[in-house]
Ligand binder design. Structure first.
Ligand SMILES: [Mg+2]
Length: 214
């Protein structure tokens, strides 16, 4: 293991589009359900729902955070509704599970989705047992990444010391605060250069192949 990784004791993973590829089009199903939820709840057209979903995501971090800021809604019902998806496209990722098992220290998932979603998806990927704990947005008191309080809530709960931590994410916004808190940061997916990003990788297996085998 490279010296840069050998000091890491806390490994924090986003879920969607970080632990699995966007190519399996799982999150697309969630977006469709979000649109339907917005249409039904706010009585808007599909076009307006798509606009609002993006608008909330940009302004508040997640669609849920926007809904809660601007409307009175039941977050538990929302989280259950939008995560009611078909997981048949997910395949066991044996390579990823082998890499994760090589990492010493604590491994957790922190998603802006629900804890149950993290459980179902990580089980379908065959990596559920690699993590000591899974955290959903409900564990961060429904405050979403990229807000610092969201990370602070979860790191307090999980007893993560950011100075010895590494954060894996596909959304560059969600690496800003982890970097400020002292973590090493890895952007998974499309290349993006920024001073708060320590590593870029197209996918997790490529990252671990490179960093663990050298
Ligand atoms: Mg993600």
């Amino acid at each position: 293991m490279k010296t840069s990784l050998s000091k890491i004791k806390y490994w924090v993973f986003d879920l969607d589009h970080t632990l699995y590829s966007p190519k399996i089009r799982l999150f697309d199903q969630i977006e469709v359900l979000m649109n339907i939820y917005l249409q039904n709840t706010l009585k808007v057209s599909e076009e307006e729902a798509i606009y609002l979903r993006r608008h909330y995501w940009e302004k508040y971090g997640t669609t849920l955070a926007g809904l809660m800021a601007e409307h009175e809604i039941d977050p538990d019902y929302y989280l259950e509704f939008v995560h009611n998806i078909n997981l048949e496209n997910i395949k066991i990722d044996a390579e990823l599970s082998a890499f994760l098992n090589l990492l010493g220290g604590k491994k957790i998932i922190f998603t802006n989705g629900s804890r149950m979603h993290a459980k179902k998806v990580s089980k379908a990927l065959g990596i559920y047992d690699c993590f000591s704990e899974l955290y959903g947005t409900e564990d961060a008191m429904l405050i979403p990444k990229p807000k610092r309080e969201a990370f602070q809530n979860i790191f307090d709960l999980a007893q993560v010391d950011p100075n010895y931590g590494m954060m894996f994410e596909d959304d560059p916004r969600n690496l800003v605060e982890p970097h400020n808190m002292g973590m090493k940061t890895v952007l998974v997916g499309d290349f993006f250069k920024a001073d708060y990003i320590d590593y870029n990788t197209p996918d997790l297996n490529s990252f671990f192949q490179k960093e663990l085998n050298s």
